[in-house]
Design a protein around this ligand. Structure first.
Ligand code: NAP
Length: 469
């Protein structure tokens, strides 16, 4: 039976890996998701066959309660609330590891008293890691949920939180070392104290981080929840949990690093540097002075005329497209242009918007064909042959300063080279900066025009104007 169970875990792991690979491209993402779900089913069946620890009644009750709540939430959640849901699920994952390891500790304590269990270093390190990382992930994730929902504002006492973090880490190290090295079975008070400390640590780690940096934090907490799960796998001697936890831990940290790279920031800067616009942004008057008299304003009618003769058009979506919910209007305009014989593409920057894959999700909602979504490295060489690049509520991800101005706070961040297009039309409500809080020289370039207004309204007006031509 043990061999069958381990083969089950292996099959599940292969399905998870293939699933994650599938999810790297919009075209194969749905299949990737289905593969991962099948992998999880196989892993659950394997775990159910492994009935050493708990009776089936408890499992059935757990599946019924958890399944009902999960199905209800999944049906109800709006696409825009996905980051909050992911953050909450990370927290619950961390909490589960904390509970599993705590229960195992109490059980082992009883067995040790009867002389049936001798703690090893491996066991005590796995227990303590699972408990500690699980507790930090639990509270850290729920603070992230509060920040994403806008219920918890950016903290004023950043220094105080940093001090609490430093002191807690020192106390944790000492406590964990005592537990693992000196007395791993009779440390109830110590364990309880460490759990409370880690719950506080989770809060203090996330509180000082700017709300806009939450997507990076959620990716990092996702990685923590995986590590806590892997440690719980070692505690239980469950290979499936070790493999799954390691996969989540590794993919979470890779995603965190991709996001940091695409924002040209170090993880330390995100975690301890405060919000980006606070540290680098210009004042309103500096921003206005930068643009004064230099922006060429245009209109939806002029944009329609430009598009009427265009052969190659690239839409460049950004955070403002999500704010305006302009994805359907974008698709409608794109379809009209295609009917007129134009070639249409969408340029996707890895950190456009406020969460990984934000633009992909939005455009998929409007059923934009996957093959028209082109990633940054592939679309950049095409801008020089593009007649009109329409920048829809994007700002930082098209700021040439990132490539050209070594003094810019975003210098080094890879951008979409829209400025190489014959004409760039920027659609945004005014001259406000984006996430980084800095002006954008693209808007005053010779080949740029700006149509001021809400992206959805401007697109709808352009569609009407195009129909009238
Ligand atoms: P952005 O630089 O934040 O700029 C968005 C622009 O949208 C703003 O300048 C705003 O200007 C405009 N806008 C807002 N509402 C609008 C509406 N209703 N209609 C039209 N325009 C509207 O956005 P981005 O170019 O997508 O860049 C993303 C930024 O977020 C990057 O700096 C990235 O590093 C950061 N970030 C991304 C992630 C991620 O995972 N994607 C995570 C954390 C941080 P107006 O107010 O003048 O309209």
């Amino acid at each position: 039976m043990e061999t069958v169970i381990n083969i089950g875990y292996l099959v599940a792991a292969v399905l998870f890996i293939l699933g994650i690979k599938g999810m790297t491209k919009p075209k194969t993402a749905v299949r990737g998701n289905q593969m991962s779900a099948t992998g999880m089913l196989v892993a659950i069946i394997a775990a159910l066959l492994d009935n050493n620890v708990v009776s089936y009644e408890y499992i059935i009750i757990g599946v019924l309660i958890g399944g009902t709540i999960g199905a209800f939430i999944a049906k109800k959640v709006a696409m825009t609330d996905m980051p909050e849901l992911v953050a909450a699920l990370n927290g619950i994952g961390g909490g589960a590891s904390l509970l599993v390891a705590s229960a195992n500790y109490l059980e082992s304590q009883k067995l040790a008293a009867m002389g049936q269990f001798v703690p090893t270093y491996d066991w005590s390190i796995a227990v303590i890691l699972s408990i500690l990382i699980g507790a930090v992930t639990l509270t850290g994730s729920f603070i992230a949920v509060g920040k994403l929902k806008g219920k918890i504002g950016d903290a004023k006492q950043v220094r105080l939180f940093k001090w609490i973090v430093k002191l807690s880490l020192a106390a944790l190290l000492a406590g964990a070392a005592y537990f693992a090295a000196v007395d791993p079975v009779n440390s109830d008070l110590l364990i309880a104290g460490l759990i409370v400390l880690c719950l506080i640590l989770g809060i203090c780690l996330v509180m000082p981080i700017g709300g806009a940096d939450m997507p990076v934090v959620v990716a990092l907490l996702n990685s923590y929840s995986g590590l806590a799960g892997a440690a719980a796998g070692f505690v239980l001697g469950n290979n499936g949990l070790i493999i799954t936890g390691s996969l989540v831990g590794a993919s979470g940290i890779i995603l965190t690093s991709i996001m940091c790279k695409a924002m040209n920031r170090s993880l330390t800067n995100v975690l301890f540097g405060g919000s980006m616009s606070e540290s680098s942004g210009v004042s309103r008057s500096e921003n206005d002075a930068f643009y004064e008299g230099k922006v060429k304003f245009s209109s939806a009618d002029e944009l329609a005329m430009l598009l009427d003769g265009a052969q190659n058009v690239v839409f460049v979506p950004g955070y403002g497209l999500a704010v305006a919910q302009a994805q359907h209007a974008t698709r409608e305009l794109a379809s009209m242009l295609e009917k007129q014989g134009a070639k249409v593409k969408y340029a996707i920057h890895p950190v456009a918007g406020r969460m990984p894959g934000h633009m992909n999700v939005l455009l998929a909602e409007a059923e934009v064909p996957y093959d028209q979504l082109v990633e940054m490295d592939a679309i950049n060489p095409e801008f020089s042959q593009t007649d009109v690049a329409i920048v829809l509520g994007a700002n930082d991800v098209v700021n040439p300063a990132a490539a050209e101005d070594p003094n810019s706070p975003i210098f080094g961040m890879p951008i979409l080279d829209v400025h190489h297009a014959k004409t760039v039309v920027v659609v945004k409500r005014g001259l406000s900066p984006g996430f980084a809080g800095i002006p954008n020289e693209l808007f005053i370039r010779d080949n740029s025009l700006m149509v001021a207004g809400d992206a959805k309204k401007v697109l709808q007006d352009t569609i009407s104007a195009l129909k009238d031509l």
